[in-house]
Design a protein around this ligand. Structure first.
Ligand code: ADP
Length: 607
């Protein structure tokens, strides 16, 4: 009994019952024994002389000896009487023999007569006994005495069974808590090392074990290899023969859904005498005497095994503990699979990231290498074009070569920009950037194209700044790309609307055109590198398919957001949201609301 208070109370109750038997029924000695962890009956309460108490208290008898006597006894209700002539037990094992005369009277009590009452649990297992010796009248008990005795025996029986059930319940609760702890800790970890580090302590404590090792077969991380996790203190190194034996045994046990105990006294059927000797020798080498060996797995698959060890002083493994070990084998098996899947996913992710960074490096290197020769070619073409003596045809060729070099240069520039903005190791150098001034600059440059294509751009410039926290060049590129696309994919004579404002605490840019629009299918892939829509109207325009990929990477690296709304044939609106500079400066309200000065915007109320 784990809790000392209930243990003391239990002994006291049994002591009182035993004393009742000696004082009120008329025996010199009454003793109560219970089955202990070691599977023997231990005397825990004795009423009788001091000498007899000294000798009997704590005395242990193997259950098998008592059971042999019971099977040989006369049944008197709940009592069992073994007349001395039938006694088979070795007198050495009796603990105490009364010093009384042997009489010829067949009704007289003989010093080796045995009178006891066995107590059985619901499962039919012996839990304890109460034994009586030396009737005060010197006679073998008559029916009247037996009836009286019966009452005390029943009380003692109830106390022993209840205490046993309570102890088993407490053990079940403790082990269930251990299992819960294992699951809780294991699911918080996502590497095998982490999982086993955490569960070891819980298992060793919960099972009152000396040590633990967990072995996993066929580790996914390093295929073909096993991994062994042992608790601190017991650094286990398994000899190959034992490792193979353990694996075979675990697989058999998983199929049977069983665990086994191995100790010098216990040889499970699945071990030969030699194998048993090897395992016991191995345990001895670890400084332990017994182990409960359990498989761990999930579904049909046995994934490993674990061994919980104890020294002789820590007692035997109970049925409840063995069942709990099997349950934990299931829990650990499931955790193992989940963790291995997580590890595999992480590894794949790492590989993909490496591949991605390799691709970015390749693009950056190639673009750098192309840039210098292109600059040189462009320079020579310029010199050539200045030559007055060239024919019309030669001049046309030079002009077309210059356009080609221009396109290549802008592709190289886009590639270099893309590799820079997609590189997570390069962080933007943010500062407050007023979107109004960025739009102004872009519109200045767009002016000639607008005029050429007869496009009208409306920019409802707010009176107050719209400050984004961003790298100025990046924002410049975002606005320029979106405005240039709007111009590129709009027929002449149409209008483009530009807005900048603050909404929900963010600085927002909106570019809306009334151009060719983008189909829903194309909208899904719009931001992918080199993506150009299938729309022939769009393909008539020159482009690399990198502009929107760059815009999206820039927005993402600023922790912003971009979205597109478009209807084919009607027009497209891109909305970019960037983190806003927080502070005392004024802000522009979203279009359509009253001027910012008089308005408390949601974002302002929040901050
Ligand atoms: P590019 O314009 O160089 O082809 P982008 O990445 O800027 O590359 O754009 C990808 C594709 O998205 C374009 O090819 C075009 O089909 C489509 N697109 C972009 N902006 C618009 C727009 N405002 N209107 C219609 N289609 C557009």
């Amino acid at each position: 009994m784990s809790d000392p208070w209930s243990a003391a109370l239990f002994r006291e109750t049994l002591q009182l019952i035993a004393e009742g038997v000696t004082e009120l029924v008329g025996f010199e000695v009454a003793a109560v024994s219970v089955v202990g962890d070691d599977g023997r009956l231990e005397v825990i309460a004795v009423a009788g002389s001091e000498d007899c108490r000294d000798q009997l208290l704590g005395h242990r008898t193997p259950i098998a000896d008592i059971q042999a006597e019971i099977s040989n006894s006369e049944a008197w209700g709940a009592l069992r009487f073994v007349p001395h002539e039938r006694m088979g037990i070795d007198t050495e094992n009796l603990g105490w023999i009364p010093d009384i005369e042997v009489s010829d009277d067949p009704d007289a009590w003989h010093p080796l007569d045995l009178l006891l009452a066995p107590f059985y649990g619901e499962d039919g297992q012996l839990r304890g006994i109460m034994s009586m010796d030396v009737p005060t009248d010197g006679k073998r008990p008559r029916p009247e005495t037996r009836r009286q005795l019966q009452k005390y025996v029943e009380q003692a029986g109830r106390a022993v069974i209840a205490a046993h059930d309570r102890a088993r319940l407490a053990e079940q609760v403790r082990l269930a808590e251990t299992a819960r702890e294992v699951i809780r800790r294991a699911s918080a970890e996502n590497t095998l090392e982490g999982v086993f580090d955490y569960v070891q302590k819980a298992l060793v404590e919960g099972f009152n074990a000396r040590g633990l090792w967990i072995r996993t077969f066929h580790d996914i991380a390093t295929p073909g290899s096993d991994r062994l996790f042992s608790s601190q203190g017991d650094q286990v190194s398994l000899p190959p023969a034992l490792a193979a034996l353990g694996k075979e045994a675990a697989e058999k046990l998983w199929a049977l859904q069983e665990v086994v105990v191995v100790s010098p006294e216990h040889r499970p059927d699945l071990l030969t005498v030699e194998e048993h000797a090897d395992v016991v020798g191995f345990l001895k080498g670890l400084g332990v005497d017994s182990m409960v060996f359990a498989p761990l797995g999930a579904g049909q698959r046995c994934l490993g095994n674990f061994g919980l060890t104890r020294t002789a002083g820590q007692g035997d493994w109970t049925e409840t503990e063995k069942r709990a070990a099997l349950d934990i084998g299931h829990d650990l098996g499931r955790t193992l699979l989940t963790t291995q899947n997580l590890e595999r996913e992480r590894r794949l992710n790492e590989e993909l990231r490496t591949l991605d960074s390799y691709k970015s490096q390749l693009i950056a290197t190639v673009s750098h290498e192309l840039r210098n020769p292109l600059t040189a070619v462009a320079g020579y073409l310029e010199i050539l074009a200045d030559d007055d003596g060239l024919s019309e045809r030669a001049l046309r060729s030079i002009a077309s070569m210059t356009r080609g070099v221009g396109r290549m240069s802008s592709l190289v520039d886009d590639l270099l920009t893309l590799s820079r903005v997609a590189d997570p190791s390069i962080q933007p150098r943010t500062e407050p950037v007023d979107l109004r001034s960025v739009v102004e600059d872009v519109l200045d440059l767009a002016g000639p194209t607008c005029a050429q294509k007869d496009l009208t751009i409306h920019f409802a410039e707010p009176t107050l700044p719209v400050q984004a926290l961003a790298e100025r060049d990046d924002v410049d590129r975002v606005v320029a790309n979106l405005v240039s696309n709007a111009m590129k994919y709009s027929p002449s004579g149409t209008e483009i609307d530009l807005d900048v404002f603050i909404e929900d605490g963010e600085a927002v840019l909106r570019v809306a055109d009334h151009g060719i629009g983008i189909s829903e299918a194309d909208q899904r892939d719009l931001f992918r590198e080199f993506y150009r829509t299938a729309n022939p109207e769009a393909l008539r325009e020159q482009g690399t398919g990198l502009g929107l990929a760059i815009v999206q990477r820039i927005v993402e690296r600023h922790h912003g957001h971009i979205e597109v709304q478009s209807t084919l044939g009607k027009g497209t609106t891109f909305t970019v949201r960037l983190p806003r500079v927080r502070g005392g400066e004024g802000a522009a309200a979203s279009p359509g609301t009253a001027p910012a000065e008089e308005t408390i915007l949601p974002s302002q109320r929040d901050s």
